[in-house]
Design a binder for this molecule. Structure first.
Ligand SMILES: [Zn+2]
Length: 333
């Protein structure tokens, strides 16, 4: 048995105990080590993660991700969900140090994508498969339902998103079919595609957003004309960056900013903001933070200003199109 097989058998409850995470009613655990959520949703205050029967694995109700003990340990060691190229020997060393794993042996670097984080043990797809799903999308104007959803929200059909095609069979890692038909790419700070983010256009019992099974939530949405080239260091004209919370605000803002070559738009959701650390945003750029004016929006604004400390930061309220930069004590105006 390899150390990895042995590590996969470690129950999540053992890792939770080692990490000293908060457990209430013997089954609710928080905060989520994958997305950072401290509660299930803005309305449901319970800790976000729940044990399965026997405590072998955890599910997070905020990001939908399943955690084996190994995956939870990896999130703790790396400070974020694992990525391809991570050196897993540090995870192994941590497990050995916590007496959760025995032994000496081979030093190992794995592709994170080789590891199955879900309790169902379905391996996450390689990112090129996600890219091909995104490429298969049609323009919003070519899809009546997605087009109507955008139009109802005043979002132009030229918005940088796609509509999932109607397929007879969807990939194994995309079990939601057309339930979440509005798609954008999820990118890292270098502008590399890491995942996709999908949105339902009707009320959905399991939540309004999804991403490929086995993947973590929390990558960035990047306007393809300015934000992505900026992070790839190909566009040097950007002097202002607007950061919005949620997919629809991101899409609306991207369209509104389309005529201004100096204004890049970045969007994100729970767990996205820490990935902003080290982003190739020009040092002279002004960052406009446009998260919602509620408790979650405040937390996001704090996470964004922490990640982008050193930049000129302004808080703005998109709902009123007015600047309210004095209302946030963490933001240096
Ligand atoms: Zn989570």
């Amino acid at each position: 048995m390899s150390w990895l097989d042995a590590a996969r058998a470690i129950p999540a409850s053992a890792v939770v105990a080692s990490l000293g995470m908060t457990v209430s009613h013997r089954k609710y655990v928080g905060p989520c080590r994958g997305c950072g959520a401290t509660q299930r949703s803005s309305k449901d205050k319970r800790p976000p993660m729940l044990y399965d029967k026997g405590g072998h694995a955890l599910k997070c109700f905020a990001c939908g991700m399943h955690f084996s003990g190994l995956w939870l340990a990896a999130c703790a060691v790396f400070g974020r969900p694992p990525q391809a190229g991570d050196d897993w020997s540090s995870v192994r060393a941590w497990l050995v140090g916590e007496s959760l794993l025995e032994g000496e042996g081979e030093r190992i670097t794995l592709k994170a994508m080789d590891l199955a984080p879900t309790i169902e043990d379905i391996p996450p797809p390689p990112v090129y498969q996600v890219a091909s799903l995104l490429r298969s999308c049609v323009q919003p104007c070519e899809d009546e339902e997605v087009g109507a959803y955008l139009a109802l929200r005043g979002i132009p059909l030229s918005a940088p998103c796609g509509a999932l095609p109607r397929l007879d069979v969807y990939p194994e890692w995309w079990p939601w079919g057309r339930d979440y038909p509005l798609l954008v790419g999820g990118y890292d700070t270098q502008g590399n595609l890491r995942s996709c983010h999908a949105r339902t256009i009707y009320k959905h019992p399991i939540g309004k957003t999804r991403w490929p099974r086995g993947y973590a939530a929390g990558w960035l949405f990047l306007d393809p004309v300015k934000a992505r080239p900026m992070l790839q260091r190909k566009d040097h004209n950007v002097s202002a960056v607007l950061i919005c919370e949620g997919l629809t605000d991101y899409l609306a803002a991207s369209c509104a900013a389309a005529s201004d070559p100096s204004l890049a738009v970045i969007g994100g959701a729970s767990g996205s903001w820490r990935t902003l650390v080290g982003a190739a945003i020009p040092s002279h750029a002004v960052i406009f933070i446009a998260t919602d004016q509620d408790a979650v929006g405040e937390r996001y604004a704090r996470e964004i200003s922490d990640a982008l400390a050193g930049y000129q930061l302004r808080r703005i309220d998109l709902s009123q199109f007015a600047t309210t930069n004095e209302d946030h004590h963490h933001v240096v105006a």
